[in-house]
Design a protein around this ligand. Structure first.
Ligand code: AMP
Ligand code: MG
Length: 359
């Protein structure tokens, strides 16, 4: 994989190809600081890291470390790497697999999220994902019997974990394939953030394929401004802006990865109940949260749930800050906690509330 070092300005421009993107590039305030930026292809997507600070040498060395960590995490979490922890669990034929603590804790979190979302987020969806091959040149519509067979192996309740005096093990039933694609980017962002804070980096943008994590103060006047990709418009056009202190901003949408056949679009977010791309009321879901792992997994889950189930879930979890676009309607929905963070910029759209505490 090529490692590209690039200027901060180029990164800001390149970020326009993401689901959510950093709007403001170099500013006067930022120009007085040093900046180090890189762009690498990792975890099946473009990862852009931009660090700000006074000491350019320190930033360059922190940048190198973050990429090393990313490579390490990809080699643990990727279902597409046979020797990764997840790859080895998937071929262990129901036996215990020894894994890194990071994999153990991520699978544990994935299991909790699956339960909390009634299985809308399902880390045992791997067989379904492999069947459709969406995002690859071999993408196809599987036969009904193939989907039915893949669905037999998606009971996430059958994943078991063991912590044996600080040694970590995971077991999945034979035939089951774990896929952490809907949560691993968020976890990677959290771990990168923790490392950067240890390295004393005061201000940074981590962008893992549109899964954005912000550290410290924005180079310009405190708040970060993140544009949310318009699902029906060319890349780089946004429907609204998130203005926030340091937080993670994660977007999921069917427009990110899909193929078309006979005029129908088949996208990469599956409904674990049907084994087909989820038919959702939403064309875009964004979560803003301090915890990028949570934001990543919930984004995918809320997309799968659709409006009615998402509304009920958000009423039970009123602390969640989320922004939705309704598919085919010029309407954005925001939770009460996202209201002050979100500014709708598309004048053709109206804004309504979803979720909130039960009356
Ligand atoms: P995201 O881009 O975070 O919404 O995650 C989408 C990726 O997660 C897909 O490419 C699949 O690898 C996987 N995935 C698809 N549907 C689900 C689901 N319902 N639950 C968990 N993972 C999923
Ligand atoms: Mg996700």
């Amino acid at each position: 994989m090529t490692v590209k070092k690039t200027t901060c300005f180029a990164i800001a421009a390149a970020a326009f190809f993401c689901a959510a993107f950093f709007i403001y590039g170099r500013t006067q305030a930022a120009a007085q600081q040093s900046c180090a930026a890189s762009e690498n292809y990792r975890m099946g997507t473009y990862v852009r890291v931009t660090l700000y600070g006074a000491d350019k040498e320190k930033l360059d060395s922190a940048l190198k470390e973050t990429d090393g960590l990313l490579v390490e995490l990809e080699e643990l979490f990727s279902a597409n790497i046979a020797s990764s922890d997840v790859g080895r669990i998937n071929t262990a034929r129901g036996e215990w697999t020894s894994v890194d603590e990071k994999t153990y804790s991520l699978i544990s979190r994935a299991g909790d999220t699956a339960k909390a979302t009634g299985g809308a987020f399902n880390p045992a969806i791997g067989d379904v994902v492999k069947l459709w091959k969406i995002g690859t040149p071999q993408a196809r519509i599987p036969e009904a019997y193939e989907i039915a067979r893949a669905l037999r192996n998606t009971d996430y309740g059958k994943i078991t974990l063991k912590n044996d005096n600080g040694k970590f093990f995971v077991k999945a039933p034979e035939g089951m394939a774990l896929d952490l694609g809907a949560i691993a980017k968020g976890r990677a962002a959290d771990l990168l953030k923790a490392r950067l804070l240890e390295l004393n980096v005061q201000s940074a943008i981590i962008d893992i394929g549109g899964n954005i994590d912000l550290i410290g103060k924005a180079p310009k006047r405190g708040l970060w401004k993140i544009g949310l990709q318009h699902p029906d418009h060319p890349r780089g056009e946004y429907f609204g802006v998130i203005m926030t202190p340091a937080a993670s901003v994660v977007t999921s949408g069917p427009y990110e990865r899909y193929f078309e056949k006979d005029g129908k679009r088949y996208h990469h977010i599956f409904d674990p109940a049907t084994g087909h791309p989820a038919i959702s009321d939403f064309s875009s879901v964004t979560i803003i949260d301090a915890d990028s792992t949570k934001a990543d997994a919930l984004c995918t889950a809320l997309f799968v749930m659709g409006r009615k189930k998402a509304d009920a879930f958000l009423k039970k979890n009123p602390e969640i800050a989320a922004v939705f676009l309704l598919s085919g309607k010029n309407e954005a929905l925001v939770t009460p906690h996202a209201e002050t963070l979100f500014q709708l910029t598309d004048k053709n759209y109206k804004k309504s509330i979803i979720g909130g505490a039960k009356q």
